[in-house]
Write a protein that binds this ligand. Sequence first.
Ligand SMILES: [Zn+2]
Length: 279
Amino acid sequence: MNPFKSLINAVEYFSDDERCREYFASLRFENGIPQCHHCGNEGAWKIEGGKRYKCKACRKRFSLKTNSIFQDSNLSLKQIAIGIYLLTSSKKGISSRSLAKSIGCGQRAAWLLQTKIREMLIDEAPEFLAEEVTEDGEVVSIPKEIDEAYLLGSDKWRHKDKKRGKGDKPVCFGILNRGGEVYAKIVPDATNKSLTDVIADVVEKGSVIYSDESRAYLNLWQRGYNHQSVKHKSGQYVDGDCHTNGIENFWSHLKRGRKGTYISVSRKHLQRLRLKTAV
Ligand SMILES: [Zn+2]
């Protein structure tokens, strides 16, 4: 994914606006011929100094971002290109705060970029998702903590221990990369099938997964995960490295609205919820 040997290499390459546009055009258009996103016609005039295109058939305008995951982004192609480089070259992942500093944008814009790129990676290239490299150069996946939480009304969260979810109350399932990011997704219910399907989508087999004693996780071993659990009901919250304090902490931040700017709580948004936590 990264044809560049170093950050300097990538920055030099993308510092030329024209070359940057050509790079994206070569990714987006077959044989580099601009294809209209409105009518599908091949062939368009470059307008606005090459920043946009005008279709030779329907005469509508489009840009390299139209109909892409970056359509709504105000970031420049250069910022996006360097952002992709940073997000895919760092095995340990990078916080939206430091991404924002590196590409010169607000933290929310950086977070959105990160979210979209991570979603794309989950679908297209999960091998680029955060991993950890040991001193011997061995790549090991970061332990995950998993847990569910329930949404109440439009903006209130409750933990599953407080009130059991009933009826159609949305269930949010979270997977924390220890020390980093939470992947969260709304699932139809908290059954074994719904939860393990999400795990199978985003967690590599062989990964260490920590959870509470919920029956929904009973067969993770059979599915190839190194699963360990603590028995909250018997008052056991920590067993060596095994605990779910990180993801619990995340829910409690969420419930207190600390991450309010990110959480406009609708199902649509929650589907794309990936949050950084300081745990
Ligand atoms: Zn057209």
